[in-house]
Write a protein that binds this ligand. Structure first.
Ligand code: SF4
Ligand code: SF4
Length: 130
């Protein structure tokens, strides 16, 4: 079991989450972060730090975002795209690079997130199909 980053992280990068992770298991895509499920020690420190409420313990992840379990695993490098059920052929720059220091948020970062719009934008941005 690991913690999972949900689509509401898209376009945030406040990266408050990164500053508290004791094992540096966050990875950075160009518009969002993901968690490496085999490196995450399930400590829960990051969840309350996220202003977008985008981090879930795997068992608490809403069903509609179940595909994000695999998305986090593949984009962080824990799973090969070929072994995944989703289409990762259009996702840029895999695997993502580790991020272990807080940085300035993206210029368009906004904690007042429209979850449904963000999900659609994330999937379109990464040309990803679950
Ligand atoms: S604080 Fe939350 S929304 Fe922002 S980068 Fe971290 S996980 Fe993503
Ligand atoms: S639950 Fe702990 S180990 Fe896992 S990503 Fe969050 S801070 Fe890092």
């Amino acid at each position: 079991m690991a913690y999972i980053v949900a689509p509401s992280c898209h376009k945030c990068k406040y990266t408050d989450c990164v500053s508290v992770c004791p094992v540096d298991c966050f990875y950075e895509l160009d518009n969002m972060l993901v968690i490496h499920p085999e490196e995450c020690i399930d400590c829960g420190a990051c969840e309350p730090e996220c202003p977008a409420s985008a981090i879930f313990e795997e068992s608490d992840l809403p069903d509609k975002w179940n595909y994000m379990i695999e998305f986090n695993a593949v984009t962080s490098g824990a799973m090969e795209p070929a072994d995944a059920s989703g289409d990762y052929s259009g996702v840029r720059g895999l695997p993502a690079d580790v991020i272990n220091e807080q940085k300035e948020p993206l210029p368009n970062a906004d904690a007042e997130i429209d979850i449904e719009k963000t999900q659609a934008e994330m999937e379109a941005h990464y040309n990803f199909k679950a």
